[in-house]
Design a protein around this ligand. Structure first.
Ligand code: IPE
Ligand code: IPE
Ligand code: MG
Length: 249
């Protein structure tokens, strides 16, 4: 179609399809500012942000990205006003209630990183159900970071290893990086290649602390609800221009 308006078709530069990041982390930031600038409640920004995620995951799947880990709610976000936290929980529940159409029909596997034990039983059931009905999804994995904090994840991993050691199932000297990583929430996922943060902030805010060790970073001033396929393409083009040395020469 000549008048194709999908913005990603316009982006300058061509992606190297042999060097697509396998695992992309996204800090979905700027929902509140997006809404405030439009005179809308912050919750409207979160709702729009959820729609953006759907579109971006679909685009990533079309490129062959294997995993998108999207930061949706941090261990620190409980400190927000109760009405905002409640609105995010409701949005999450509504988002998962539609899981068959949203995930299963397009072959997306849905997984979670984070401590979901802090959520309501109703929300936990919706999460478990979504994980279960999408477990054979082959096109892409959407790993949602929910009540996720990198420090909390590391402490939970350390606690489970310490319990094994205390019960004689683990010799402390045998602990190495691979064993430690196998206790993290991301154990079954490939290494994180690229971390994206929109909305102008340049910090991790407790996202994927261990996994970020050799990830590439890409920042943008765009608020997450305005993030387009073209922005994702720019991020991947930047990633492809980097020389990842992993400490070598
Ligand atoms: C990110 O957007 C979404 C969550 C943290 C749940 P924000 O709500 O942090 O938006 P800003 O940063 O206030 O604009
Ligand atoms: C990080 O954004 C958490 C999520 C996007 C879910 P925040 O808005 O909570 O981070 P800070 O407060 O700016 O560091
Ligand atoms: Mg924010």
């Amino acid at each position: 179609m000549i008048f194709k308006r999908r913005s990603f078709a316009r982006g300058a530069g061509r992606l190297d399809m042999s060097n697509i990041p396998k695992h992309i982390g996204i800090i979905m930031d700027g929902n509140g500012r997006w809404a405030s600038r439009r005179g809308l409640p912050r919750s409207a920004g979160h709702r729009r942000g959820a729609q953006t995620l759907e579109k971006i995951v679909e685009y990533c799947a079309s490129l062959g990205v294997e995993v998108v880990t999207a930061y949706a709610f941090s261990t620190e976000n409980w400190s927000r006003p109760k009405d905002e936290v409640d609105a995010i929980m409701k949005l999450l529940y509504d988002y998962l209630s539609d899981a068959e159409r949203r995930f299963r029909d397009n072959n997306t596997r849905f997984t979670v990183s984070g401590d979901v034990s802090k959520f309501s039983p109703k929300l936990r059931t919706a999460i478990e159900n979504t994980v279960d009905i999408t477990k054979d999804g082959k096109s892409i994995t959407l790993n949602l970071a929910l009540n996720y904090g990198g420090r909390d994840e590391i402490v939970r991993a350390a606690r489970s290893l310490a319990q094994d050691a205390a019960q004689g199932r683990l010799a402390p000297d045998s602990l190495d990086e691979n064993m430690f990583a196998s206790r993290l929430d991301t154990a079954s996922l490939p290494e994180v290649d690229l971390i994206i943060r929109p909305s102008g902030e340049q910090r991790l805010s407790n996202f994927l602390l261990w996994q970020a060790a050799y990830a590439e970073f890409w920042y943008s001033d765009i608020c997450w609800p305005d993030f387009t396929e073209n922005d994702m393409k720019s991020a991947i083009l930047a990633y492809q221009s980097r020389n990842r040395r992993f400490g070598g020469v």
